[in-house]
Design a protein around this ligand. Structure first.
Ligand SMILES: Cc1cc2nc3c(=O)[nH]c(=O)nc-3n(C[C@H](O)[C@H](O)[C@H](O)COP(=O)(O)O)c2cc1C
Length: 261
C-alpha cells in the first residue's frame, strides 16, 4: 500500500458477475485475518468478515445504490471509545489492500440493509456494524442513485480549508515538505464526501481535528489517519500518533496528533 494506491482508489457502485476466486480470494482472506489481529491507533480491534449474498433470510441489500454486488466485507466493532475511528483506520487499510490487488470497493455506511448483514455476521449485543463494502470487479452499468452520488465524488475541498499552520487562521503553505502526505489525506473517501478532517501543523506536530458531527465522520477521521500514516512512511518521515492536550473549539473537535521523531 502506497500513495499511488491511495490516488488510484475510487468508489465503484457497479459490479460484474465475476466472483472473486482462487489466489485473489486467498490474498484477501489472509489480509482480513491480519486486520482482525491488528489494533487501530487507539488500541481497538475490528472484526472483518467476508460475506456472500445468497438471498433468502440473510439477504445482503444495498437499497439499489450498488449494482451487481454479491460479495462483501463487513466490519463490526465493540461499542467503545474511539472504536469507530479505529474501524475507519483498519477498514481503510483493507480497502487499499483490495485496491492494490485489483479489486473494486465502495465504503457503505448508510445505504445497506443493516439487519441482513448483522444476521449474516452474527453481530453480538456489544457490537455495532458501522460499514460494509462490496468487493469484486467493476461492472459497466451504474444504478441511477449511484450515478447521482458519483457526480460529486471527485470534488475535494481546497487545501486552504483543510490544512493550517500553527492556528486555524493561517492556511499551510502548499509547498510544505509534507504536501504529498497531506494530499493523500485530502483524497481520502468520506461519508457524503464531507471531508471532516482539519490538520494544524505546529513545528514537528500535526494536530488532527474533526469538523464532522456524525458517527460516520468518526469513521472518516480514522481513514484520514490511515492515509497520513501510509504516506508519511513512504516519504521517509518517522513519527507516531499521540493524544496531546489540545484546545477544542466550537466548530472542530481535537482527535489526536502525529508527532515527528
Ligand atoms: C464512512 C463512509 C460512509 C459512506 N457511505 C456511503 C453510502 O452509504 N453509500 C454510498 O453510495 N457511498 C458511501 N460512501 C462513499 C462516499 O460517497 C465516497 O467516498 C465519496 O463520495 C468520495 O468519492 P470516492 O470514494 O470515489 O473518492 C461512504 C464513504 C465513507 C468513507
Amino acid at each position: 500500500m502506497n500513495i499511488a494506491c491511495i490516488m488510484k482508489r475510487k468508489s465503484v457502485r457497479s459490479y460484474s458477475e465475476k466472483p472473486v476466486t482462487g489466489e485473489m480470494l486467498e490474498k484477501l482472506a489472509a489480509y482480513l485475518d491480519e486486520m482482525n489481529h491488528s489494533e487501530g491507533v487507539f488500541g481497538n480491534k475490528v472484526r472483518l468478515q467476508y460475506l456472500e449474498n445468497k438471498g433468502g433470510n440473510e439477504k445482503l441489500g444495498t437499497y439499489g445504490v450498488i449494482k451487481g454486488a454479491r460479495f462483501f466485507v463487513a466490519a463490526a466493532c465493540k461499542k467503545a471509545a474511539y472504536s469507530l475511528e479505529d474501524t475507519g483506520y483498519l477498514f481503510e487499510k483493507m480497502i487499499l489492500f483490495a485496491t492494490d490487488i485489483g479489486l473494486a470497493t465502495v465504503i457503505l455506511g448508510g445505504t445497506f440493509g443493516r439487519s441482513g448483514f448483522a444476521r449474516a455476521m452474527g453481530l453480538t449485543e456489544d457490537e455495532v456494524l458501522p460499514v460494509v463494502t462490496p468487493v469484486g470487479y467493476a461492472g459497466d452499468g451504474k444504478s441511477l442513485l449511484g450515478r447521482l452520488i458519483k457526480s460529486n465524488a471527485g470534488n475535494r475541498k481546497p487545501w486552504a480549508e483543510l490544512f493550517f499552520d500553527s492556528d486555524f487562521n493561517t492556511p499551510l503553505a502548499e509547498n510544505d515538505e509534507f504536501a504529498e502526505v497531506l494530499e493523500a489525506v485530502r483524497q481520502a473517501p468520506s461519508a457524503i464526501n464531507g471531508q471532516p478532517w482539519r490538520i494544524v501543523k505546529e513545528g514537528t506536530e500535526f494536530h488532527f481535528y474533526s469538523a464532522g458531527q456524525t458517527e460516520m465522520s468518526r469513521i472518516d477521521m480514522g481513514i484520514a489517519l490511515c492515509h497520513f500514516e501510509i504516506a508519511a512512511k513512504e516519504k521517509g518521515f518517522t513519527g507516531c500518533f499521540q493524544v496531546l492536550d489540545q484546545k477544542r473549539d466550537n466548530n472542530r473537535k481535537y482527535l489526536v496528533s502525529w508527532v515527528r521523531r
